[in-house]
Structure formats: C-alpha cells, structure tokens
Write a protein that binds this ligand. Sequence first.
Ligand SMILES: Nc1ncnc2c1ncn2[C@@H]1O[C@H](COP(=O)(O)OP(=O)(O)O)[C@@H](O)[C@H]1O
Ligand SMILES: [Mg+2]
Length: 254
Amino acid sequence: MSVIVVASMKGGVGKTSVTANLAVAMAAELGAGRVSTIDLDPQNALRLHLGIEALEGQSICKQALRRRSWQSAMVDSPFGVACIPYGLVSESEREAFEDLLVEEPDWLERQLAQTGLGDDDLVLIDMPPGPSVYLNQGFACADLILIVLLADAASYSTIVAMETWIDQIAVQRPGVESVYLLNQTDESVRLNRDIGEVLQQRLGKRLLPVGIHRDEAVCEALAFLQPVLFYDPRCQATHDFQRLAAYLIGQADR
Ligand SMILES: Nc1ncnc2c1ncn2[C@@H]1O[C@H](COP(=O)(O)OP(=O)(O)O)[C@@H](O)[C@H]1O
Ligand SMILES: [Mg+2]
C-alpha cells in the first residue's frame, strides 16, 4: 500500500479538491477499488467532492472513539474511489479524537495496517491546513507528501516553514518523499507566471512538472457533488488531473 498525504501550510489552496480529483484520476488508471481516501480534516468536506451523503457512523472520528475498525465507516463512492469521511461530530468528540491521536502517535499507521489493502493499493489522505495532530499521524506513515501551493506570495512565504517540517520528517523517516504541486495556475496573470518561475528555481525537481490550472469547472463540480473528471470530462482541470495521475503512477512504478 502506498500512502499519499496531501498537505499545505495554508487553507483554501485546494488540498481537498486535489485529494478527491487526483484519487478519481488514479482510480481511472489503476482500476476501481484500488484507491481509497481518508478525510482527516474536521471540516469533513472530502465526501462532498465524491458525492457521499453524511451518514451517522460513517465517521473516522466516531469509529476511533468507539474503538471500532474502519471497515463499516468506509463508503464506496460512485466514482471508483472509497472514502472514510471525518464525520459530523460534536466539539467534544473532535477534542477526544485529537487527544487519542496525541496519545497514540502511530494510530493511523496501525489502522492502515488492519485495512487489508493490498501492496498495490493507494490511499490518499486529506489534511487540515498547517501543523496539527492529524498531520503528525500522516507524516508517520506517508510514502509521499504532496504539498499544494498557489503561485502567489502567500504560498511562497510558507515554503521555509514547510521545508523545516520536511527536514524534521526526513531525520525520522529518511525514505519519505515530498513534492510540491502548483494549483490554480493561470498563465494570463503576470504575477502567477513570475511566482511560478521563482518556485521552479527554488524547488527544482521537487516542484511537480504537472500543475493544475485554475478552472471554474472545479468549483462547479463541487456544487454538483461530483469530481471534476465526471462533471466535465473535457475541461482543462480534468486533463491536468489525468496527467498528474499518470505522472505519479509512472514515478511510483520506476
Ligand atoms: N484548480 C482549481 N480551479 C478553480 N478553483 C479551484 C481549484 N482548486 C480548488 N479550487 C477552489 O478553491 C476553493 C478551496 O479549495 P479546497 O480544495 O477546499 O482547499 P483546501 O482544502 O486547501 O482548503 C474551493 O472553492 C475550490 O472549488
Ligand atoms: Mg480542505
């Protein structure tokens, strides 16, 4: 099993959109049933991108507090990707879950080991922005950390902090890879182009050669509770997610 953790220092950069759409694009390449997603963000938004209704019990947070396995919380979406929603929970449930994650730093790793997923299966995990107990859990078992950035000054200014995280993880887990993904690129905006170039110089090969264009279809797809690949199979963002999926699968096979 390969675990991809989708992270960023800032909110609103597209982590959840990327987790859902990349998972759907990867499942289209690898086959339905091979890709699972986990929502470790209390915003509980990943399920929306995958057309999953909020049902009691289908919650990673609640299952953890009940000490039950994930199996019954895992929902098959109509888009070839399974999902465990964070769940609709109370503040006290969220706090209790976060306490559990502090006490058991290897909780996620142990749960993943019990899923019965095969060696070739993929798991993508959506994270809240910035440092958190959730991210620490993800860092402890990630094979690949996918950091989402916008080509703007605010994202650029987070790179030093991101690199400090990555350096710390590399000490504990030297094998873990980290790459940066530019989202919402728009070549018609000069600042966007310029910051894209600066990021390229700064990050070199760790900036993925495939970015995701800014495309209204991504927002519209969410309004229809669909991944963009199904909402508009011909749009630019769909094309980008397909290229990104093929690129990452190609890299993993090497
Ligand atoms: N490539 C894109 N093109 C246009 N809008 C996008 C794109 N990626 C994300 N968005 C929009 O940006 C907003 C924030 O995205 P989201 O995935 O929720 O970010 P995060 O999970 O990092 O907070 C949403 O309204 C989403 O529809
Ligand atoms: Mg999000």
